[in-house]
Design a protein around this ligand. Structure first.
Ligand SMILES: *[C@@H]1O[C@H](CO)[C@@H](O)[C@H](O)[C@H]1NC(C)=O
Ligand SMILES: *[C@@H]1O[C@H](CO)[C@@H](O)[C@H](O)[C@H]1NC(C)=O
Ligand SMILES: *[C@@H]1O[C@H](CO)[C@@H](O)[C@H](O)[C@H]1NC(C)=O
Ligand SMILES: *[C@@H]1O[C@H](CO)[C@@H](O)[C@H](O)[C@H]1NC(C)=O
Length: 570
């Protein structure tokens, strides 16, 4: 059974009603949950600057009194399903994290079998409130409320639950399936004074975002219709619904309750059936309380994704400190379950990404938060140079297993671009035409985690096709040679990139961290995250190259690479 791993806390400052949140007084602290043993932390695949728990957990953020809070789903009983708690870490900079005791754990009938995912909302007066899914004694999914015990504590160590929990429950009357009713979003406040929240659900194979409304955050009433739904998409997990600014400066983030001119809305859902995070851009009709996407799920092939690699159950928060919207996602392992058990941990987070609307209005753009650049040391910069067809150029002077690389290509001659006769799913195309398949214009890009004799490498590259009289840019992350250990999932990932190479350069950034390669094409128009476990290219045995396996030459207009320091994580 899938559970939604991210628990998010958003920040916005509004009105917390006076005494409208009755709370439960008792609080027991679960100890014994942080069992870091040295053999789980001292391994070639442990990441150095990606958030990663000692073992078996996953999570999401919030900001309160200048601190970012990350709540992650954790099972204290390890392999046994159940008793999921909200573990908790805090950070000043989204880079270094301090562990705290779990924030929410089973203590009421409404969550006795687990505290699953949810979101935080900042109520008026700057008071946070968490809505989360609890599992009741009948294994029904219900929605609960918790608020901080001591608002003066910036660490928000203790949380108390409403005695009125559950606040939202499946009934025969409301026709909600009790095993498909989870992951409340951050709530938003309408002009009519009602709070609104979405809960992920499905009816048969129709995915839906059920809408609830409340005046006081305690008494919630289901709206007559969902905010949005789509046939054939299956269960919607971890919905996220937020406004983005549609005028310059586009990078400014908006509080979740903002609507009006110059605002578009984004609905993201994590599809349980495919394990992908898809998003739609559209208009939120606040009078009808419906979301009208510009392009819906009907043509599932073209529905956008945050990340075309290993990535799920993400959530955003509005960061009022830096006026940006920040996206955090969970990255699953690609190793076998047996290897995960051996490693003793599984799952990491991506580097938090700022997210905003592209100037085309047709898609979102993501970029690693600027704070991660504080870990950069020993820069390597190349002058402009040409890479001929078949050339392989080593990038020396960086710790290649723990690095941040930015490269930009410019293509001047397009004659040798391969012809694409008909549209092909880009992931399939990347599988067929990997780095080792010689081309015309590309593949060119980076080889990360390369071993000395190139028995292993993870290739991130572009390949330009001629399709319907236009240049079509394919971006791939090719894992097919990432490891000699064939127990790993080595699927190649890819997407088409909305960049016109005749007029624009082709920038690529990869964050490389021991077992993860997070890549950003076209300055964040396409993101691909890969988990890889090389056997030879580990630690100081890992090498980094620029390669061109096409016949046509391309120009490197920029290469900047840095070794990355280790972050302090838990
Ligand atoms: C609340 O938190 C503040 C700041 O950490 C602390 O000084 C105070 O003692 C706490 N109050 C209670 C009742 O725990
Ligand atoms: C409720 O959802 C569960 C889990 O997806 C499914 O097995 C079951 O058939 C559903 N029940 C109904 C009545 O749709
Ligand atoms: C996690 O990865 C495993 C192994 O690659 C895969 O079978 C599973 O479906 C993935 N789960 C999610 C939620 O992505
Ligand atoms: C380039 O293509 C050749 C021929 O297909 C292949 O043998 C070689 O491994 C490729 N290089 C890379 C870096 O994949």
């Amino acid at each position: 059974m899938a559970i939604s791993p991210l628990v998010l806390f958003a920040i916005f400052a509004l009105v917390y009603g006076n005494g409208v949140l009755p709370i439960e007084a008792t609080h027991h602290v679960y100890r014994n949950l942080e069992s870091v043993s040295s053999d789980t932390t001292n391994q070639p695949y442990r990441t150095a600057y990606h958030f990663q728990p000692p073992k078996n957990w996953i999570n999401g953020p919030m900001r309160y009194k200048g601190l970012y809070h990350l709540f992650y789903q954790y099972n204290p009983k390890g392999a046994v399903w159940g008793n999921i708690v909200w573990a908790h870490s805090v950070s000043k900079d989204l880079v270094n994290w301090i562990p705290l005791d779990p924030a929410i754990y089973p203590s009421q009938p409404s969550d006795i079998k687990g505290c699953w995912s949810g979101s935080a909302t900042m109520l008026p007066g700057g008071k946070p409130a968490i809505l989360y899914t609890g599992i009741d004694p009948n294994n029904h999914q219900v929605q609960n409320l918790a608020i901080p015990k001591n608002m003066s504590d910036p660490f928000l160590r203790e949380w108390v639950k409403s005695p009125k929990n559950p606040l939202m429950a499946p009934t025969i009357a409301n026709n909600i399936n009790s095993s498909s009713f989870r992951d409340p979003t951050t709530a938003w406040l309408g002009k009519d004074g009602y709070w609104r929240v979405l809960i992920g659900s499905k009816i048969d194979t129709k995915g839906l975002a059920i809408l609830y409304k409340s005046k006081n955050f305690v008494n919630w009433v289901q709206a007559k219709q969902p905010l949005h739904s789509a046939e054939g998409t299956g269960m919607w997990e971890c919905p996220d619904f937020y406004p983005v600014l549609n005028k310059s400066p586009l990078t400014i983030g908006l509080d979740t309750s903002v609507n009006g001119d110059d605002v578009r809305h984004v609905l993201k859902v994590s599809l349980d059936d495919t394990k992908h995070d898809h998003y739609l851009i559209g208009t939120y009709d606040s009078a009808m309380d419906i979301f009208i996407p510009d392009k819906g799920f009907q043509n599932s092939q073209s529905v956008l994704r945050y990340d075309y690699g290993k990535y799920y159950a993400s959530k955003t928060i509005f960061d009022d400190g830096k006026n940006r919207r920040v996206l955090l996602g969970w990255v699953n392992e690609s190793s076998s379950v047996a290897d995960d058990v051996k490693k003793g941990w599984s799952g990491i987070h991506t580097i938090p990404r700022a997210i905003w609307l592209d100037k085309s209005g047709k898609q979102l753009v993501q970029w690693p938060v600027v704070e991660i650049e504080s870990l950069r040391v020993d820069p390597v910069n190349w002058p402009t140079r040409v890479v001929k067809g078949g050339e392989l150029l080593p990038v020396t002077g960086v710790t290649a297993a723990q690095a941040d690389v930015e490269i930009s290509f410019k293509v001047e001659k397009f004659e040798e671009a391969e012809i694409l006769e008909q549209w092909v799913d880009p992931q399939i195309l990347c599988g067929r035409k990997g780095a080792a398949a010689k081309g015309g214009l590309g593949p060119f890009g980076l080889l990360a985690f390369a071993s000395q004799g190139l028995q292993e490498y993870t290739a991130v590259f572009f390949r330009i096709f001629r399709y319907q009289h236009k240049n079509l840019v394919l971006m791939c992350s090719d894992q097919s040679r990432s490891s000699l250990n064939k127990d790993n999932d080595m699927t190649s990932y890819g997407t088409f990139l909305d960049v016109d190479p005749a007029h624009e350069s082709l920038p690529l950034r990869s964050l490389i961290d021991h077992s993860v390669v997070e890549s950003f094409g076209g300055e964040g128009k396409a993101c691909i995250t890969a988990r890889v476990y090389p056997t030879l290219a580990i630690n100081d045995k890992a090498l980094l190259y620029v390669f061109n396996n096409g016949t046509s030459e391309v120009k490197i207009t920029r290469l900047s690479a840095w070794s990355m320091k280790k972050a302090k994580i838990n």
